[in-house]
Design a protein around this ligand. Sequence first.
Ligand code: NAD
Length: 476
Amino acid sequence: MKHTDLYINGAWVPGADGARFDVLNPATEEVITSVASAGIADAKAALDAAEAAFGDWAARTPRARSEVLRKAWELMTARLPEFADLITLENGKARADAMGEAAYAAEFFRWFAEEAVRADGMITHAPASGARIIVQHKPAGIAVLVTPWNYPAAMGTRKIAPALAAGCPVIIKPAAETPLTMLALMPLLEEAGVPKGMVNVLPTASPAALVDHMLHDPRVRVLSFTGSTSVGRKLLHASADQVLKPAMELGGNAPLIVFEDADVDAAVEGAMLAKMRNLGEACTAANRIYVHADVAEAFTAKFTAAMAALKMGNGAQDGIDVGPLVNASTRDKVAAFVEDAVAKGAKVELGGKAPEGKGYFYPPTVLTNVAETSDCVHDEIFGPVAAIQTFTDQEDVIARANATEYGLVAYVFTEDMKRGMQVCERLEYGMVGLNRGLVSDPAAPFGGVKQSGLGREGGHEGMMEFTETQYISASW
Ligand code: NAD
């Protein structure tokens, strides 16, 4: 499955200037392979291909588009283990996490195969003029997709599937750490019947210039970005020049609140999922764990035991729960968060020190007594470090949970559903897990408020990000 060239207009090309960059295995620090690095000439070729493919695909019936997407789901589902191997190889995550990601990624094709036929419009009488108001949704045009390394398959399919469902061609720029998975998907899309030029993949070692060029090409109409808030802000500025339609999935700082009336075992299980899925390298990862003082001791003991039971190692090996982080800078950032928290009074209950040797490993770590001023309370940890704080007052914990510029996801654990719903509604987050540590679902609108993003992926909303609404005022 190792394709290493650019994928433009249905063909593998080495790139106009022949530049390449290395992709590493984070578990061994060895070079897996080198990949072609796209430049401006390649972006132009991809834009030409997308432009040429657009009209025919957009003119196909929704059912015809739907059937291609359905086939893509079938083909990907038949090859989940191969995708999982590749994801683990370039990202490092444990194989169970990679299998979970591959299945989740494939589901977007099935979900949007079903949504492709549901771009509902509307017709109604204008109240005063007597005209008819006809509303329809049309494909918005060429979409530029920029994705992060933490979910090399799913962050791509979550954009490609709705774009194709809506009728839009795409140019996807995967993260330089993990380009292989997206390249490996292309033969399957071809086999499913995606016409050449509809999906183009441009890995690059120079993302800023490449993406900026595309965002200033008048043929591009949509920017769909998943990544950090800092890069998202820059791309929002750049998309303003052409007034592009932006869909931004940015960073998070998820609070996880365990009330005194929670089922502690269920809360531990939910917290493990919310913290350790993808070894904490997730925008949805529980970044701040607030536990009511009455259950803090019981929760911390059980949670620490569950963290201690996780086995760290090369994610490709059997029985491994925690693979390496994606690269040295991510590992060093996680280590710095722990050092800062400890310097400000945190107690290390478990872990807290990167092992010697090859691979970007950091062990499952539990910190208690974390000061509100610690860096890990304000910034994304993006690693296997659980920062536990306590609270006694509901109003106080809601205020602390909301005291961030982020607003992606929050988690609440309580056995009192009335209280749970009241707290959920007070939380300034695009998504809330109530007695659940996992919210991601292709059928649900995923996305954040405040500086966690604009727009939604998945659900019905996901396809609408790639459409424009047209209103026709008619008389007959
Ligand atoms: P990143 O912002 O560094 O990179 C994301 C993508 O943008 C990569 O493809 C990268 O090559 C590209 N990029 C970087 N600088 C660029 C520039 N100047 N111009 C154009 N493109 C540029 O993020 P990352 O480190 O790859 O991923 C981690 C971040 O992604 C975290 O903040 C995480 O919360 C966020 N994330 C969010 C979601 C979500 O759905 N909200 C999902 C996954 C990850």
